[in-house]
Every structure is written in structure tokens, then in C-alpha cells.
Design a protein around this ligand. Structure first.
Ligand code: AMP
Ligand code: ZN
Length: 136
């Protein structure tokens, strides 16, 4: 994808502060971090959304999140971290090459993840439970 900024990082056409490189994924520092030490993990292959990730790669992706999150925690002395994947424009994705954020968190930091909590009508929770179970 010629115009994709993350593909350019994969190819080495633009610089990035890489912390990990394997055959399928790389991880590097987010250039505008939520907190210092904020890392992005991306597949080397271009695809926009998590659902497009080839099946066997999901296992490696999950394992890498744990491995890199542990390293970020140690390196930053963070008290916690958020994993965040904005999947699709509606979910706030701005760079259209799938990526997982690992954001180190501190009790004193200044950002909050908030959403308004909706309510299920009577019986609706069961409907959603059944619908989702059917597709698994
Ligand atoms: P998202 O909103 O989930 O698509 O997040 C995209 C993230 O990519 C943002 O947090 C940006 O700061 C980050 N970003 C954009 N360009 C670069 C770059 N050249 N190097 C590192 N991080 C970048
Ligand atoms: Zn790309």
C-alpha cells in the first residue's frame, strides 16, 4: 500500500523507534504517545482491520501483546496498561493499517476511557447473547 504510513515504516522508508521485529509483526513507539513508552504492534502485511488477520497469526499477535506489555511495564515502571485497538473509522481508527496500542498507565495520569453506559430492555440481553453465540 504505497500511501500507508505504517507500510512505509515496515519497508524502512520512514523511520520509527522499533522495539521488536519478527517475521510477521513489528512494534515501535507511537510518535504522539498517550504516555511515554506507548507502543504500537502492527502486522507487516497491510490490512485495515483485525478481522482480516490470517487465522494462525492471531495466536502470535496475542502472545506478542503480553510479551511487549510486560517489557513496557518494566521499562516505564507503569502501574498498569491499556490495550486498545481502534477497529474501523466508527471506532476511531485513523491509520488504516491494523494496529494494537499498548499504553502504559499511571494512577496520576490525565486520561480516562469513558463511554455512556446503555441499558438493555427486558429480554434484550438474552437476544444479544444468543445472536452472538450463534456466530461463534
Ligand atoms: P489510531 O487512532 O488507532 O488509528 O492510532 C494511530 C496512531 O498512530 C496514533 O496514536 C498516532 O500517534 C500514531 N502514529 C501516526 N503516525 C505515526 C508514525 N509515523 N510513527 C509512529 N506512530 C505514528
Ligand atoms: Zn499499510
Amino acid at each position: 500500500m504505497p500511501d500507508c504510513i505504517f507500510c512505509k515504516i515496515v519497508k524502512g522508508d520512514i523511520p520509527a523507534a522499533k522495539v521488536y521485529e519478527g517475521s510477521k509483526f513489528i512494534a515501535f513507539l507511537d510518535i504522539s504517545p498517550a504516555n511515554k513508552g506507548h507502543v504500537l504492534i502492527i502486522p507487516k502485511e497491510h490490512y485495515e482491520r483485525l478481522e482480516e488477520m490470517p487465522n494462525p497469526d492471531g495466536k502470535e499477535f496475542g502472545e506478542l501483546q503480553v510479551k511487549i506489555a510486560k517489557a513496557v511495564m518494566k521499562a516505564t515502571n507503569a502501574e498498569g496498561f491499556n490495550l486498545l485497538l481502534n477497529n474501523g473509522k466508527a471506532a476511531g481508527q485513523e491509520v488504516m493499517h491494523a494496529h494494537m496500542h499498548i499504553q502504559p498507565r499511571f494512577g496520576t495520569d490525565d486520561f480516562h476511557y469513558k463511554w455512556t453506559h446503555k441499558k438493555y430492555e427486558e429480554g434484550e440481553m438474552k437476544q444479544f447473547q444468543e445472536k452472538i453465540r450463534k456466530f461463534i
